[in-house]
Design a protein around this ligand. Sequence first.
Ligand SMILES: *Cc1c(COP(=O)(O)O)cnc(C)c1O
Length: 269
Amino acid sequence: MKSEVIIQKSHRNPFDPPLRATGVKLVVIESREDLKRAITPQTAMMHFSNFADTEGQIKVEEWVKLAHENQIPAFVDAAADTPPVSHLWDYANMGYDLIAFSGGKAIRGPQCAGLLVGKKDLVAYALLNNSPHEDTLGRSQKVGKEEIVGMVKALESYLKEDHEALNKEWQRRLDFISGQVTKIPGVTTSFPAPEIANHVPHMHIKWDGARIALTPREASAALRGATPSIVLSSGEHDEALSMNSFMLQPGEEKIIARELVKVLKSHAA
Ligand SMILES: *Cc1c(COP(=O)(O)O)cnc(C)c1O
C-alpha cells in the first residue's frame, strides 16, 4: 500500500500521532522544492493543518492544487475552524478531498464526535475503519450511536442558527464579565480573537501587579479550587487570564464574573 503522508514542518502538531497510528510515515517538508522531491509513488496523501496556514511556506489553496497536479488526495484538519459556518463547505469547494471538523468545538456537538467531509469514495474507506467493524484501527476510537445521532442533531441545529446573533451573544457574555472586573482599580481587558482556528470572541484579563498581588496562574488556580470550579487559562507565559464564552450555558457568565471579582478583590492592596 501507499504509506507516506507529506506534511509541512510547521504543520506538525499534537494531533499527528493519530495520523502516524495508521502506520504511515510522515514525510516532513518545508519548501516547494522539498515537496517535489518528497512526492513518490508511495505518497498516499498530503496533509494540511489549517490553523498553521500562516506558518507554512505553502498556503491552503496552493497545497490542494499541488496535490492534485500530482494526483494525490489532500486532507485538511479544520478541527477548530468553524465559525464561519461556511468553512463546512469552503474547503470542499477549494478542492480538498477530505476535511475534518471537531464535533465538540463551536458546533457544540458531542465531544467525542466529529465530521469527515469529502469525496464519497474516500469517506467510504474511512467508514470501513469505523464501528460496527471490529477488526479495524478505528475500533479503539469508536464513536457510539448516541454520539452519531447527537452529532447529526448538533449539525442540523448549527446550520439553522443565526450566526451573527450567536457571535453577538458570545461577545455580550465577555463584555458582561469585563464590565464587572474592570470596576476593580488596575484591571483591564482586551479582546484578541484568533484569526483562523477558534475564530470566536476571546478575552484577556490583566491587572497591575502592584495593586493586585496575584499572578494569572495563581488566579487561575484559585478559580479552579472554588465552588463551582471555574477553569480559565493563564496563557502560555502566565501573561493574562484568557477565556472565550461559547461553551457556557446561559447565565454562567454571571457566576464567572462574581467569582473573578471575589478572587481579584481579595488580593487587592
Ligand atoms: C481540537 C483539534 C483536534 C482534535 O479534535 P477533537 O475533536 O478534540 O478530537 C485536531 N486538530 C486540531 C487542529 C484541533 O484544534
